[in-house]
Design a protein around this ligand. Structure first.
Ligand code: COA
Length: 474
């Protein structure tokens, strides 16, 4: 090929590339292309187009460099290494998360609501994450119906949950239940029977829909076994949405709390691909472990105090603060308590982030919910006061790269207000929501045929050799 022909081909490719980028841009306008209410049918149409797009893109730009890796990055938790493809959401350090290009306020505005409700339905966010399109009310209703129809859980899971000791952390119970529910995996069964790999995404889709449908019941049984004398939850009401049913199975009927749950279960879904839970699901799924096993792996990561468990930690820490300082607290008392936390070698839970560099919009939308519904709640006032004081202290300490609050700094106070006071349980609710993001991604992992993940590692002596060789070249 002559140089001019090659250049022309490249220019054509760039024009096409820009067109693709516009189709998923951060415009905030409403993309709504499909009219079918069957999500699988919609995917059947979208997936071949996207597969073709990725094949062409890789053919033309596969050698393009997107970043570099330093030795510090390797020792430093791979921070900043550009090494993953995740289609469902992208995190901007300053602006926060965008789900398929839509910010949280845009999702709150554009996604369908329950009758009489103001907050988006998580069913709609799932449709958006999977397809990239804002669903219609009918499409969202169809997802609700499918999840309600798939909600039954196997008896052996109920027996297992009922036999766990009450000392076992709710997250361990949740993860174990997800693991053993793989008795139901259509993916694992079909794989064992030698299914063609072109069918992987469909089986992953079926398992994901089944698993998401079953999670509220599993999570409610855990809650009721631990905190409500083991009374089993009421059966699913097939006329109601996913969040309503989950809240009701926990034992709550305040419509305002149901609205909070719709928001909560929407905003905790997805935070691009590198966070521990999302990355773990993607990694384990890459070995073709079925969606139940892959999701359980993510939940074991979410159970870590630097990740999802931070929402429990925030309340533990705030309760200690209240116990040690009493009711009304001055800013100076607060400062002293926070400095003591730092001096004792602990982190301030709910603050900081590996990628974000501003206040998390998931914090902001929960704060707005609180300002609207519980502006005079003493715990909310304390959380708001902490927000005024902590960032300056973290800046003064000079260690944390991000002194601003993340999602976990606010969720507990809202749950406490509506009477869900068992903070050990909070990460399970986070996990129920996170399923929507990580499983939407897993469907795309299989649709795009992403291979087993296996980055190269080195030991320190080898790295030293690489470093010496690089220094000698200079
Ligand atoms: C989220 C988190 C794990 C990110 O970790 P990270 O990317 O390594 O963060 P940084 O690069 O800013 O860390 C640099 C230093 O600041 C410290 N730091 C970060 N956030 C801090 C916080 N909230 N309180 C005190 N110190 C903090 C780190 O521990 C680290 O200290 P070290 O050098 O002694 O090891 C971290 O901010 C944290 O532990 N936050 C509290 C837990 C939390 O809220 N987790 C939920 C996240 S959504």
């Amino acid at each position: 090929m002559s140089r001019s022909v090659r250049t022309l081909a490249k220019i054509k490719g760039i024009i096409k590339l820009n067109q693709g980028a516009i189709a998923t841009s951060t415009s905030g306008s409403c993309r709504q292309a499909s009219s079918s209410t069957n999500l699988k049918d919609v995917l059947e149409k979208i997936i071949p187009e996207k597969q073709k797009e990725v094949v062409e893109f890789r053919k033309q730009f596969g050698n393009t460099k997107v970043g570099e890796v330093t030795i510090d990055m390797m020792y430093g938790g791979m921070r900043g290494i550009r090494g993953l493809v995740t289609e469902t959401s992208v995190l901007d350090p300053d602006e926060g998360i965008r789900f398929r290009g839509y910010s949280i306020p845009e999702c709150q505005k554009l996604l369908p609501k329950a009758p009489g409700g103001n907050e988006p339905l998580p069913e709609g966010l799932f449709w958006l994450l999977v397809t990239g399109e804002i669903p219609s009310q009918e499409q969202v209703n169809a997802i609700t119906k499918e999840w309600n129809d798939r909600a039954d859980i196997p008896n052996h899971v109920i027996t297992m949950l009922n036999n766990f000791p009450s000392s076992l952390h709710p997250m361990s119970q949740f993860s174990a239940a997800c693991t053993v529910m793989n008795s139901e995996s259509k993916f694992a069964k079909a794989y064992a029977e030698g299914v063609n790999k072109s069918k992987y995404w469909e089986l992953c889709y079926e398992d994901s829909m089944d698993l998401i449908a079953k999670l509220p019941t599993v999570a409610a049984i855990i809650y009721r076994n631990l905190y409500k004398e083991g009374n089993p939850p009421d059966p699913i009401d097939k006329k109601k949405d996913w969040s309503w049913n989950y809240t009701s199975m926990l034992g709550f009927d305040n419509p305002e709390f149901v609205e909070l749950m719709r928001l909560y279960l929407t905003i905790h879904t997805d935070h691009e691909g590198g966070n521990v839970s999302a990355h773990a699901v993607h990694l384990v799924g890459s070995a073709l472990s079925d969606p139940y096993l892959s999701f359980a792996a993510g939940m074991n990561g979410l159970a870590g105090p630097l990740h999802g468990l931070a929402n429990q930690e925030v309340l533990v820490w705030t309760t200690k603060l209240q116990e040690s300082l009493g009711g009304e607290v001055t800013d100076d008392q607060l400062r002293e308590f926070i400095w003591n936390t730092l001096k004792s070698g602990q982190v301030v839970p709910g603050y900081g982030h590996a990628v974000l560099r501003k206040t998390d919009p998931r914090y902001t939308c929960q704060r707005e919910f609180a300002l609207k519904h519980l502006p005079n709640d003493p715990l909310f006032k304390l959380v708001a006061q902490i927000y005024k004081v902590v960032p300056d202290i973290l800046i003064e300490q000079g260690k944390a790269k991000n002194p601003w609050p993340n999602v976990d700094a606010h969720s507990g106070v809202l749950l406490q207000y509506y009477g869900l006071k068992e903070m050990n349980y909070y990460t399970v609710m986070f996990g129920v929501s996170r399923a929507l993001g990580v499983l939407a991604s897993l469907i795309w992992d299989r649709a795009l045929g992403l291979p087993i993940e296996r980055p190269k590692s080195f030991d320190t002596p080898q790295l030293k050799k690489i470093a010496v060789a690089a220094a000698q070249k200079k």
